[in-house]
Design a protein around this ligand. Structure first.
Ligand code: ZN
Length: 102
């Protein structure tokens, strides 16, 4: 299974907020999925958050992931036609089971 918990209360305070390109809400980086265009023009789902390149962010909401695919928002961001495959990857990266959290 994946790492579910993050350590809280550490001294490191590097708050990096990014905007979801679908719902336009601002989230902490850890709550977003990063899609990156590398210098070679490849567009990848950046799960490590460390790939160098131009990035776009989508929050981990199943609704946003679905809307993103429907609207192909990333095509505009990266000015290229992206395959549905990539959008499907984003959808599967969003885990709806973990979303239920008040
Ligand atoms: Zn969103």
């Amino acid at each position: 299974m994946s790492k579910g918990k993050t350590a809280k209360g550490t001294a490191i305070k590097q708050i990096e907020m990014r905007r979801c390109i679908v719902c336009r809400q601002v989230f902490h980086k850890s709550e977003l999925i990063r899609i990156v265009k590398t210098s070679s023009g490849e567009i990848l789902l950046d799960e490590s958050g460390k790939i160098f390149g131009r990035g776009a962010y989508v929050c981990k909401s199943p609704t946003c992931a679905a809307t993103l695919k429907k609207r192909h928002n990333l095509d505009k961001v990266f000015k290229t036609k992206l395959p549905n495959e990539l959008y499907d990857k984003i959808i599967s990266a969003v885990d709806p089971k973990e979303k239920i959290q008040m």
